[in-house]
Design a binder for this molecule. Structure first.
Ligand SMILES: Cc1ncc(COP(=O)(O)O)c(C=O)c1O
Length: 387
């Protein structure tokens, strides 16, 4: 039997996992690989969160639970939002999900019909295009240019809107460029969405990782997620919990009700013991998380100054996330060639910018959530290779 759907033929998945597989194969052959390819923090989940998860299993929180998520989780999440975003959403505006990726899928399924247009940036997080394709929607790309510090230009956004536009996905701090949208630009973006009556899906999985205090602004501050803003969030990056698969999405009540029904249809609910561990992440002390942001800032500085010290490479300093996105075009190779060469010659695994969109072809993404000593070692290896 060899009959498959058209959708399954066009799926590309997440290419960085293929690079990880290549890097693991080199490690199996005894090579000392330095990893920058995957956006997975090289830190452990805080102990109090692990303990809460283990205790919840021992206490038999191991059955189905309501699809929208434990009331206590949503209550604690809304309290957290009142501190971080300055408004208190109702628990009906929050849906607990297995990570943030599925939140993008649930949102698109709930707001758009096949053929509708979704505005994304180029480059952008790989899943956006895949999910748009999966839902039979049309991606409309707005460039993020290095000369604009990889920030979305509100004018470009305005020009991309048509009668078919349903939603725009923004992501600040950004994967893969590390850019952070300025407050006045965020206001303009919101006003454009309001004027044209379109939704904004604001992917805020890196909102804890902003290096300049006070620089981050969520568009949810304009409508308190009552009208058009949907906030995607998870514990993956902020609490080093990528493997737990836990997050929460916030949006207008009726939209969240519909997204809940879709989640209930696809996966029933999120495991209660995972939710209980995440409640600990919301309420408990987490000095490790604050330390992580500080460590990331040092790592960023080491990586960016190291990359800029190599002739032919130029790298802007990212304002947030844990990614740097250097331009390698002056080395007379594109990002794909550079990344391949670096892995083969120096056993340094990175992710070519082209995987995030055509506009990323001269760039390479480095995830710097990795020990600083490894970053120094990688810079030394690159100096030997290129200088
Ligand atoms: C911008 C962005 N959004 C969403 C996700 C998905 O995160 P999660 O592990 O919570 O599904 C990622 C993961 O890399 C990401 O970079």
């Amino acid at each position: 039997m060899n009959k498959f759907s058209k959708i399954s033929e066009n799926l590309i998945g997440q290419k960085m996992f293929q690079i990880l597989a290549q890097a693991k194969e080199l490690e199996r052959q005894g090579k000392d690989v330095i990893h920058f390819e995957i956006g997975d923090p090289d830190y452990k989940t805080p102990q109090n969160i692990k303990d809460a998860g283990c205790k919840a299993i021992q206490d038999d929180h191991t059955h189905y639970t309501i699809s929208q998520g434990l009331e206590e989780f949503r209550y604690e999440a809304s309290k957290k939002i009142s501190i971080s975003r300055n408004f208190l959403p109702s628990v009906e505006q929050i849906l607990v999900t297995p990570g943030a990726n599925i939140q993008i899928y649930l949102t698109l399924l709930a707001v758009a019909d096949p053929g509708d247009e979704i505005i994304i940036t180029d480059p952008c997080f790989v899943s956006y295009v895949s999910i748009i394709n999966l839902c039979n929607l049309v991606p409309i790309k707005v460039p993020l240019l290095e000369e604009n510090n990889f920030r979305l230009s509100p004018d470009d956004l305005k020009n991309a809107i048509t009668k078919k536009t349903k939603l725009i996905i923004i992501n600040s701090p950004n994967n893969p460029t590390g850019s952070v949208i300025k407050k006045d630009e965020m206001k303009s973006i919101y006003e454009i969405a309001e004027k044209n009556d379109i939704y904004i899906l604001s992917d805020e999985v890196y909102s804890r990782m902003v290096f300049e205090k006070g620089e981050f602004l969520s568009p949810s501050s304009f409508d308190r997620c009552n009208e058009r803003v949907i906030v995607a969030h998870s514990f993956s990056k902020s609490h080093a919990m990528t493997g737990w698969r836990i997050g929460a999405v916030m949006g207008p009540k009726e939209l969240i009700r519909r997204m809940t029904l879709i989640l209930e249809t696809i996966t029933s609910c999120v495991s209660p013991f995972i939710q209980i561990a995440a409640i600990e992440a919301l309420t408990g002390p987490h000095p490790e998380v604050d330390k992580m942001i500080n460590t990331l800032m040092h790592s960023r500085n080491t990586l960016v100054s190291g990359l800029n010290s190599i002739e032919g490479i130029s790298c802007l300093s990212p304002g947030g996330s844990f990614y740097a996105f250097p331009n390698v075009s002056e080395l007379k190779m594109n990002g794909l060639e550079f990344s391949d060469y670096l892995l083969k010659e120096s056993f340094i695994a990175t992710c070519p910018g082209a995987h995030f969109g055509d506009a990323g072809k001269n760039y390479v993404r480095f995830c710097f959530a990795t020990p600083e000593i490894k970053i120094r070692e990688a810079i030394d290896r690159m100096r030997l290779l290129f200088n």
